[in-house]
Write a protein that binds this ligand. Sequence first.
Ligand code: SF4
Length: 412
Amino acid sequence: MAQQTLRQKLEILADAAKYDASCASSGTARKNSLGGKGVGSTEGMGICHAYAPDGRCISLLKILLTNHCIFDCHYCINRKSSNVARARFTPQEVVDLTLSFYRRNYIEGLFLSSGIVKSANHTMDQLVEVARILREEHDFRGYIHLKTIPEADAEIIHQAGLYADRVSINVELPTDSGLTRLAPDKNARQIEGAMGRTKARIIEAKDERKRFRNAPRFAPAGQSTQMIVGADDANDTAIIGRASTLYTAFGLRRVYYSAFSPIPDASAVLPLKRPPLLREHRLYQSDWLMRFYGFAPQEVAQAAEADGNLPLDIDPKLAWALKFREHFPVDVNRAPKEMLLRVPGLGTKAVARILAVRRHRRLRLDDVARLTASIAKVRPFVCTIDWRPTLLTDRADLRGLLTPKSEQLELF
Ligand code: SF4
């Protein structure tokens, strides 16, 4: 076989990494500039954007060490039975690429994942070696996100956490039965065991650093995971429940949702069609409701339709408010923060602003309008000194009034 150039390997292994959403600029519309239309991309390969622990948006070189794999996960383009071009970097090649891109100011860090070659331990060793060389031999201080392999020994995963800012372990599918069917080489208990140990080590390292300033850091940006949506028959209620359990049990920083996309040469057990991308977006919105808006997972699930899926035409917060109208209207000048956060159309920043302003004066509807992108969405659910929605809140056709008009999609 002809020797692959570094550029050929980079093309294959950057493209193969794009299916992993767990460092992605999630929750944004998917756009790209292919074909010379505009500049920039939120879904292309090679360089992705992530948020650092201090909230900065940073660019990461996003690649696989190799797309060879001894596992046969049906939903994965890199599974052993897949007919794709294969490539493999050495750890030193990844180090050199990272440093050269870093010096040219293209990136501020590295997101490194891998298929499994030879064994989980062998692969994990190689991933750790990349991070070790960067940190110890080059004093690299940029961000490193390492994907870890739950089947590897706990000690090697521990090493990964000592060098990386963030580690992630993919749970892959929302249900155990989905995992057994679609990823027969993986084991849900093994995945959870690795996440549990990582959580314990993150907590231990934080405690130690409180006592000893020079104690080693362990994954200071925490751990995250990814769930594939739409490859099995788990509905949104099941996915929300699973995400909530993962946040609570393993202290995850993020759960990423990745709408399953039919891959070339797909396995016959997979659905032929991808789920609507809007489904992924609604799941991110529901995730936000749990993390920043004080919704319990069962409350988010209450927003779902009879089939257990969130409505696609309206966001989950509006869906919840329409179902539980007895909680509205909310008096913007008196209501506690928890209730203001439930008002459709009011984000966390708008609520913080309302709370700050009302210490000095009472708000009018115009004041609220300046804090939201859509006062039409807010009006049925609030009272101000000059506005009461009266019968509007209970109108049978309210959902229709608030549903965004569908737009003609571009044909070309
Ligand atoms: S182990 Fe990872 S790379 Fe290998 S087939 Fe499964 S999902 Fe793909």
